[in-house]
Design a protein around this ligand. Sequence first.
Ligand SMILES: [Zn+2]
Ligand SMILES: [Zn+2]
Length: 223
Amino acid sequence: MINYIKKFIINQRCISCNSIKTEPYYYICPKCIESLTLVDTLEKICPFCHDTWINKGVCQNCFNKKPLWQNIYTLYSYKENVMKQLIHLYKFKDSSLAEHDLILLIKPHLIPFKDYHFIITPCSAKTLKRLGYNPVTRIIQKLGLEYSESLSKNQTQTIKKLKRQERLETSKTMIFHPEKINTTKKLIIVDDVFTTGSTIIQASLALNNHNFLSFDILCFFRS
Ligand SMILES: [Zn+2]
Ligand SMILES: [Zn+2]
């Protein structure tokens, strides 16, 4: 109800085509949503990391290296500007309207995962301070899915100072707290955007350190 009042007051238009007919969304219209790219409709993607940069059958992101996870699921391509804007509004402007839109976009794709236990990747300290919550947790929570914030960043390491390769190979950049999870369910690590995969790799290694070897990956967006 509050959102409808907000829309009425600010006369929210589609951020992509400027249409005022955005219902049931606020920042995006149903027409523009139809033009968004779903990762599983892309012709050529790497089965291990969903990258599209494949050269002579070799993925240029993961080089076909056997992944640490079983299955990977990514929903929308992050190449479209409208998605970047929506995420920006959600993460940086604390917009309840953007949150509403993102949840509507993601919800139908998460039906197959309703019996999973979601392990949320930690967000940056800056984001947590700015919003007061982890934006991924918020979406999973609003979708009524079971989750835990059972991963934390290892504060004893200055991760940013490490080179990318070192970062990927250092297994203790993230810490897993197995006592916080429900081990009777299938586990899935969730993050918002999959870019190089370094966050997901660190999270996977943290689970491996506790002998959790069987889990899936879900990222809402694949850049
Ligand atoms: Zn539009
Ligand atoms: Zn790959």
